[in-house]
Design a protein around this ligand. Sequence first.
Ligand code: NAD
Ligand code: KPL
Length: 302
Amino acid sequence: MSWHLLGAGSLGSLWAARLSSAGHSVELILRNEQRLTDYLRAGGLQVRQGEQVQRHALPAGLASDPVPIRRLLLACKAYDAASAIASVASRLQPDSQVILLQNGLGSQQAVADLLPQSQCIGASSTEGAYRENDFQVVFAGQGHTWLGTSPASPAPDWFGELASASIPASWVDDIDARLWRKLALNCAINPLTVLHDCRNGGLRAHESEVQTLCDELCQLLARCAPEAAIGLHETVWQVINATAANYSSMYQDVQQGRRTEIDYLLSHACRSAEQHGLTLPALNQLQQRLQHHLQQRGLPCR
Ligand code: NAD
Ligand code: KPL
């Protein structure tokens, strides 16, 4: 059975390249005729890892193509997920499976609401990739991807294809908690790196601010995904230290004038707190400061 990829950007290209190299059939779905022409002119996807460059001339088409989709990897940003899925919804079959490779929370539910007949599989990844140019991707950091459904279900029969393609992945029965945990890490680190204009390691100079955010995030997790709260403070500092020389993904988005995923990270946390009747002043203030910062740079606040 073919894999279809919607969202041939950094992470999506990495998955497509590895699956195809392992002999699995993969077809890209590009946004429009212009992107398809650009892709064909580029001669396929290019993936660079260190000095090694590989080209993958995978077949590509458009959302409007008639071929049914049985297994879809959706690898766009969280804010594009619902509209991207809407563009292929008529091609999905009642037994289709859709892997949602989005960071944060909120977009998965939006997609699931649009696809009541499909099985939506959440994914949380620590792999690192970025785009050098259109259809040219750099594999920047080894990582792992956790996949699963909510409520939990057994691993699908194709799951072994990921291992055969050297995509490090585990099937888990607590994907929501894993997504919450990653969201909490991103909320404790990313906005502050933007507001303090620093690398992750620069947050060591703002210890009490980080600690207060972790305190409030633990209160929120205690309501939404209690197991994700365990050891949050320690993990946040471990990540800050392990990635001290890096700029967070949100910092890089803002620097490059790109829309951030704030609505699916910090704003999702603030909305969830409100829904649970929790008052989390530091988190709310952080959201306001970040939104103001984005607004001043002409970037969307959501
Ligand atoms: P990206 O911007 O590099 O790629 C997204 C791609 O989706 C783009 O090529 C865009 O053109 C395409 N797209 C959007 N809407 C589309 C549509 N309607 N039809 C066709 N294509 C469409 O994004 P990314 O960095 O790969 O991130 C994807 C998700 O994975 C994000 O939620 C991100 O937070 C998460 N993530 C990324 C990394 C990373 O290292 N890049 C790591 C972990 C998690
Ligand atoms: O995921 C990250 C990001 O930059 O988005 C880390 C490195 C964990 C910082 O929050």
